[in-house]
Design a protein around this ligand. Structure first.
Ligand code: MEV
Length: 422
């Protein structure tokens, strides 16, 4: 029998792919150049390391201090927009944030429960024991000031019950911790359950780890060359209202917020998929998917707020694996999980304001175009050294791929001629 793919040595795995996919020598070299042995231990069937650009957003004034925010993103305009939003919000005290609670939830999913009320009564009466079982499953959590905090029972249908365990995971991201503690409680619960346990797992709907950002911007600050600040502010409020009304717009509105949030979450080595799923569930918490931020006018100022479920951590998981995470934490002066939650929600609000202001004034394309043209030049194969000359030749308002290819050809031709002349 063939050796399973995951058991093959690295060189054999790559050779198999090269043969099966007819990769060229250049393509194989691209895979080989980016290979990093540390990453090989991280995932199964490692092939290469796929790098993303990292930059810093500037101008963000959060809770009384100005911070540079490391962001990892491939979208050309995201960091520029975050810095622009930060600048718009920097006056008047900047962005204020709060984090009232930071607990994660594990759930024990119980099926065929014959008497949910009896189960609820049993769990309530034995809460202290169950919490102790949870804490004993990971004693070091107590030493770090964390631990299991409470248990609740939710009856979701006649025979479906979720037993929810709330845990303070200290400074950690905490997914593994929560799973360990939840499984231990499930084992303790099983003998007392008239029903079956289907699974025990962390919930990514982090409703007990909410972070809120608030701002008040004097409307004059929002003026463009042709539109008064008051008008811009009114239009931003209208855009906010529309995102409450229409899930199609709300999705894009929230995507703009997540442009910033995901980029910070990635830079800080956290699990962006868990943040994404939790945030979107929160956006639909009343049954309709809505915009996550709200903007309104009061006292001649544009007021804004954004609340996000952000179960972020500063230790554990990938934060230890990638050396850049510690560097990024230092750049952003992040020393605790709460710091990171505050900074991330603040950045999300700044990102949202920048997008809305652009959308309701000159439109999004104008400001983006310069950055997108660079990306277009790279996409047709320009080297970084060739990019400025290719961009200079792309004078059309919205250049096409064919025009970019032609510009690159022309630049290469001109370079050849120069060489021949010298
Ligand atoms: C693009 O990546 C993000 C925006 O579409 C966000 C928005 O529409 O609010 C500009």
């Amino acid at each position: 029998m063939d050796t399973p793919f995951y058991r093959l040595p690295y060189a054999d795995r790559r050779r198999r792919l090269v043969t099966a996919s007819h990769l060229t020598t250049d393509q194989v070299a691209a895979l080989a150049q980016r290979r990093q042995s540390a990453d090989e231990e991280l995932i199964e069937n490692y092939l290469t390391t796929y790098g993303l650009p990292e930059g810093v957003a500037v101008n963000l004034h959060v809770d009384g201090r100005t911070v540079a925010v490391p962001m990892v993103t491939e979208e050309p305009s995201v960091i520029a927009a975050a810095s622009n939003g930060g600048r718009l919000l920097a006056g008047n005290g900047g962005i204020q944030t709060t984090v009232t609670q930071r607990e994660l939830m594990g759930q024990i999913v119980c099926q065929h429960v014959s008497d949910p009320a009896a189960l609820t009564a049993w769990v309530t009466a034995h809460q202290a024991e169950l919490l102790q079982v949870a804490d004993e499953a990971h004693p070091s959590l107590l030493r770090h000031g964390g631990g299991a905090r409470s248990v609740r029972v939710r009856t979701l249908a006649p025979d479906w019950v979720s037993v929810d365990l709330f845990i303070d995971v200290g400074e950690a991201m905490g997914a593994n911790l929560v799973n360990t503690l939840t499984e231990a409680v499930a084992t303790a619960l099983r003998p007392h359950l008239d029903g079956t346990i289907l699974m025990s797992i962390l919930s990514n709907y982090a409703t007990h780890s909410l972070a809120t950002a608030r701002v008040a911007v004097p409307v004059g600050q929002l003026a463009t060359k042709t539109i008064s600040g008051a008008q811009v502010a009114e239009r931003i409020c209208a855009a906010s209202d529309f995102a409450q009304l229409d899930p199609y717009r709300a999705t894009t509105h929230n995507k703009g917020i997540m442009n910033g949030v995901d980029a910070v979450v990635l830079a800080m080595g956290n699990d962006w998929r868990s943040v994404e799923s939790g945030v979107h569930a929160y956006a639909a918490r009343d049954g309709q998917y809505r915009g996550l931020s709200r903007w309104w006018l009061a006292d001649g100022q544009l007021q804004g707020t954004l609340t996000l479920p952000l179960a972020l951590g500063v230790v554990g998981g990938a934060t230890r694996v990638f050396p850049l995470v510690a560097v990024n934490q230092q750049i952003a002066h992040i020393t605790s999980a709460r710091d990171l939650m505050r900074l991330t929600v603040a950045l999300g609000l700044a990102q949202n304001l920048a997008a809305l202001r652009a959308l309701v004034t000159e439109g999004i394309q104008r400001g983006h175009m310069h950055l997108q043209i660079k990306s277009l030049a790279l996409s047709v194969g320009a080297t970084p050294a060739e990019v400025p000359a290719v961009v200079a030749r792309l004078t059309a308002k919205q250049p096409t791929t064919a025009q970019a290819q032609a510009a690159l050809e022309a630049v290469r031709q001109a370079n050849l001629t120069k060489k021949d002349d010298s």
